[in-house]
Structures are given as C-alpha cells and as structure tokens.
Ligand binder design. Structure first.
Ligand code: AMP
Ligand code: GLY
Length: 425
C-alpha cells in the first residue's frame, strides 16, 4: 500500500515509524514531516492544514490510505474531502471531529447520553457566565469552546480569576472566535489518565493505558503544555476500570454519535479524571495524544496499518491487538522558554549515540535537517522513548539517553513516571 501520514510532530514520527515496519506498507509519505520522519518516510512540503493540497497530492500519487495525526485538518474536513475522492482515510469527518472542535457540543452529548463528566454551563453571554461563576464558587474551570491549541482552559482558584478569564475570552477575544462561547465547569480532583480506542463507526477497540504529564516543570508545577512526557501502562487503569470506561464512556459516545447522525471513526482519546476508582470525562480528542502515542507505538506488536485500515473501513471487529509486556516511557525535550516564547535554530548533537542505547528510540517533533545538522525549530523538539521491564527501568533508560544528547538550549522534566513508580514502592 501507499500511505500518507499528515502531520509533523512526535506523534506522527512514532506513527510513521510503526507504519514503516508493516509488511503492508510499500511506500510511505509524510506531510510535512520533520527530520526524524525523513528517516522512515518521504517528506513532502505540504502543510497539514492545506486540505486541497493534500487531496491533490493523494490523488496524484494514488495513495491507498491517509492517516491524519493532528486535530486541525480533521476539523477542517480533510477526511470528508479525501473520501469524496474515493481515498481511504483514518480519522473522523468534520462533523464527528466537533467532539474536540466544540467543547459545547461535547458537553451536550455527555449530558444527553448520561456520560459521566463535570457539571457545567455553556454561555455566549458574559454576564450570564459571571453569574454562574458567582453561584458555583471556586475552584472552577473556564474553557473556550473552540480549538485554542490546548491553551483555552483556565483552572481558576478564585471567582475573580474565573471572571477575569471570562473577560479575556469573551470580551477581549484572547482566543479569537474559539472564545465566543465558553463552558464553565466544576473543578474535578483525582488522577488524570489518557484512554484511547480505535473506532470504526460502531465497534471500539481499546488500546493499552497511558498517562501524560501536562505541567511544564517537575512536581507537576508551572504552566500547562501539550505534554512533557508519558508512560504506559498506567497502573491506575486496572482491567476492571478499563472495562467500565468502555461501557460507560466510550461505547455510549459511539452509539450517541450514530444517533446524532455523525458516526465516529478514527481514534477516540478520552481525557479522564479518576477518583476513588471512578472515571469522569474531562474531554474528548479526535486524535492520538502527543506524547502518549509515542509510548503506545513503542509497545504495539501488531501491524498498525492493518488496525488503522480496519478502523477506516468498518472492519475493526476482525482485529485483535497484541502489546509488548514491557513498559514504555517518553521524556519530551523542549526548547527553553516553552510553552512561552523560545528561540529556534539551535543545533542538537549526539542523537545517534542516544538512539543506539538499549531499548531507546528518539522520536523527533520540531526538528529540521539542514545540511546534515539537526536543528530545533519547535517548542517540543524530541521525544526520548525507552522500553524497560517496568516503568522504573524504562525511565532510567530514557534519562540515560536524554543525558547523552548534546543540546544546551533544551530542557526536560526529570520526574516523568513518578506516579507509577511511587505507587509501586
Ligand atoms: P482539557 O483541554 O479540557 O482537557 O483541559 C486541559 C487540562 O486541564 C486537562 O488535561 C486537566 O488537567 C485540566 N482540567 C480540565 N478540566 C478540568 C476539570 N473540570 N477539573 C480539573 N481539571 C481540569
Ligand atoms: N498529550 C495530550 C494531548 O495530546 O492532548
């Protein structure tokens, strides 16, 4: 098969790496890709958001399957446009991608189909939103309804902080149109996990558990980021809890999407808060998590292409997935300053040495190859991934590889995996 992966982050490197291992893959393209992806795929300079350009390329090269990494092209209707041309694609339609594209749509679906989540209100009127905050009290969470690149969520400790966030979003348009409507919801305590299932419209196939670290600095301090590291398995997700998540959250959502006339296919990513062994849904994403995908791909033994193709074509009930027993852990190396402003263009050295260490694969995110030099050109730059007999060994291998990399302009958290390791002590 000829396959096109859309995207250019660490998630797409790990997907491309797994796809390239499949006997079904004859030729792999990635748009736009990065320096690491270029080692396993032919990168083409088309932006992930250039729907017309991607469709034209897929037609021209007679691509058999397109795998869409990020949410933006999905919300823009890339899968619809490809399918109109008869090209198979892994990912939801624009209508189904509203699960991530509109938090208001998502919360209403939860309410209609009794899916456990935080109590909420949705508002287009500033004064009404303020009144709701005053009524509910703090801590409280304010969310821009539209896509805001992961930054549109404010965990307010006081009512004033929440009202200030509403003012920024609704009156000052700090997130543009994404803040025209806001969701205000109850603050949930607990342990956060990422739960993924492949979906073909009707059938859902759960993946193994993973846990992300959203805060920028050690001890879960500092601003929220796209994710600074992840590991799998997440011990908080017992087999019983995984079944409960499937029965009370994933399957009702899929059935609900069918009933709403926009069946869901692709990967459904539920961000969950677990408290006293019970799950509540924080959010849905319509794509793999980044960096969770890196640890899932490190542990996957089955043929990824077969599974994604089955999700795209409605034959997922025929697929069984097998996973390595080993644990996997990824440490994200980011440019100093991330998630705020950072410099681009510094050189990263010694990647080969790190990659050669036992159990280690270094996935690239914001990198570029310039005359054989690897340059950092993004916020999150590398995902240093390792397998090990348990999370602790995977962690020590990953940090050994981090320490082998020569990049003074980068930083990482030093405590990725702490929850799993403390739990086992
Ligand atoms: P979201 O994009 O909705 O997942 O929000 C980003 C992050 O904010 C989540 O991953 C959680 O860490 C946190 N968060 C979101 N909603 C809540 C909530 N209701 N209670 C506590 N934390 C939340
Ligand atoms: N790592 C969380 C996300 O991809 O949204």
């Amino acid at each position: 098969m000829k396959i096109l992966v859309v995207g250019g982050g660490g998630r797409e490197h790990s997907l491309s790496w797994a796809i390239a291992k499949s006997p079904k893959c004859e030729k792999l393209f990635c748009a736009p890709g990065n320096a690491g992806i270029a080692e396993v795929a032919e990168c083409v300079a088309i932006s992930g958001e250039d729907v017309a350009g991607l469709v034209a390329f897929a037609k021209d090269k007679a691509i058999d399957l397109v795998i869409v990494g990020p949410e933006a092209p999905l919300v823009l209707g890339l899968v619809d446009a490809l399918e109109t041309e008869g090209i198979k694609a892994f990912g939801p339609s624009a209508a189904a991608a509203e699960l991530e594209g509109s938090k208001a749509f998502m919360k209403d679906l939860f309410a209609k189909y009794n899916i456990p989540t935080a109590a909420y209100g949705r508002f287009t009127d500033y004064e009404e939103a303020v009144a709701y905050v005053r009524d509910q009290g703090a801590p409280i969470v304010v969310k821009a309804s539209g896509l805001a690149a992961g930054k549109g969520v404010i965990l307010a400790q006081t009512e004033d902080e929440a009202i200030n966030a509403l003012d920024q979003m609704m009156n000052n348009k700090s997130f543009g149109d994404a803040g025209d409507e806001v969701v205000v919801e109850k603050f949930l305590e607990g342990e956060e996990v990422s739960f993924f299932a492949l979906v073909d419209g009707e059938t859902a196939l759960p993946l193994i558990s993973a846990q992300d670290h959203k805060a920028a600095y050690d001890g879960d301090k500092g601003p929220n980021t796209g994710g600074m590291g992840a590991y799998s398995p997440a011990p908080v997700v017992t087999p019983e809890l995984a079944q409960e998540i499937m029965d009370t959250i994933i399957q009702p959502t899929i059935d609900g999407m069918v009933a709403e006339g926009c069946p869901y296919k692709g990967v459904l990513f539920a961000g969950l808060m677990i408290k006293d062994g019970k799950p509540k849904t924080l959010e849905f994403n319509v794509r793999f998590g980044d960096p969770e995908c890196q640890v899932l791909m490190a542990r996957l033994q089955s043929d990824l292409v077969e599974a994604l193709e089955a999700a795209a074509t409605g034959t997922l009930s025929e697929i069984e997935l097998t996973w390595r027993e080993e644990a996997a852990l990824v440490v994200v190396m980011a440019a100093k300053g991330y998630p705020g402003a950072y410099e681009k263009g510094s050189e990263i050295k010694n990647l080969d040495h790190a990659n050669a260490l036992e159990g280690v694969t270094v996935f690239h995110a914001g990198t570029k190859d310039e005359d054989g030099k690897i340059l950092a050109v993004g916020g999150r730059v590398l995902g240093v991934t390792a397998l090990g007999s348990d999370v602790e060994q995977a962690q020590s291998r990953a940090y050994k590889a981090v320490d082998a990399i020569d990049w003074d302009e980068g930083f990482c958290r030093r405590d990725i995996g702490w929850r799993a390791i403390t739990r086992n002590e």
